[in-house]
Design a protein around this ligand. Structure first.
Ligand SMILES: [Fe+2]
Ligand SMILES: [Fe+2]
Length: 254
């Protein structure tokens, strides 16, 4: 059996802080931990320091999303394959969209994909990319971080690949969804894992900037919110490439 923990988008310093204090306390319960780090560096992208902090807390793999290229240090982080970016970028883009790890003698492939509904429509089709990827031998158990806005696209993706991948967990909206479940074919699913970041915020940012933007229609600066942070994650048990259990894991700083 493989016990995985997937942690939703780490947002800025508060996200790194709650990850750094809480993950070490629970990491021993899992065989492998995957963390989405697309907002770890001040809300925008991943830099070397944040990647190091996420690995130190217990992550075995960091996935990304639409903020992948926001911090140029990310280019230096792809070498050992533990940081992956969405697979949808054209051939020749830096980094890889999946990596196969060996965990307790079992193969585990972590895949990162972007959805296209209300997102950049220029990236390649995630459905056909996943089909192509699944023709490869030796992937072992497959985990997908599906970074997308629309729940319809996330549910469609999970249902289409139900039974062929162990888990499809959504990221990007920063709001955890209450649809945590096993699909009939044995794929664990949750439309969004939620973020790991400031609790009193609007998807990680201090509320003032986004509210002013909605009120005035003018650009306003987004700053990382202060105060207690919440960790949002899902725990998944997998046997023979299929999920047998999925459960939300959440922790709010005092
Ligand atoms: Fe995000
Ligand atoms: Fe995102």
């Amino acid at each position: 059996m493989l016990r995985l923990l997937f942690v939703g988008d780490v947002y800025g310093k508060p996200g790194r802080r709650v990850l750094g204090t809480h993950l070490p306390a629970i990491r021993d319960a899992y065989d492998f931990i995957i963390v989405n780090g697309e907002n770890a560096a001040g809300g925008f992208g991943l830099n070397r320091e944040s990647a190091q902090a996420i690995f130190k807390a217990g992550a075995g793999c960091i996935t990304l999303g639409n903020h992948t290229w926001n911090n140029k240090e990310v280019h230096t982080l792809f070498e050992d394959g533990r940081v992956i970016r969405p697979l949808n970028y054209p051939a020749g883009a830096p980094g890889a969209g999946y990596t196969t790890f060996t965990v307790g003698g079992e193969r585990l492939t972590v895949v990162n994909l972007l959805g296209r509904v209300y997102m950049d429509p220029n990236v390649d089709n995630p459905f056909s990319l996943m089909e192509d990827l699944l023709t490869r031998p030796d992937l072992g158990t497959v985990f997908v971080d599906f970074h997308a806005e629309a729940t319809s696209e996330k549910v469609a993706f999970a249902r289409h690949f139900d039974g062929r991948v162990a888990a499809v967990i959504g990221t990007h909206t920063h709001v955890p969804t209450a649809d945590t479940r096993l699909l009939p074919g044995g794929t664990a699913f949750q439309a969004d894992a939620g973020m790991t970041g400031p609790y009193e915020s609007i998807i990680g940012a201090d509320p003032e900037g986004p509210i002013q933007r909605f009120l005035t229609g003018l650009p306003h600066r987004y700053v990382v919110a202060e105060g207690p942070a919440q960790l949002n994650a899902v725990a998944i048990d997998i046997q023979g490439g299929r999920a047998t259990r999925i459960e939300r894991v959440t922790h709010l700083e005092q």
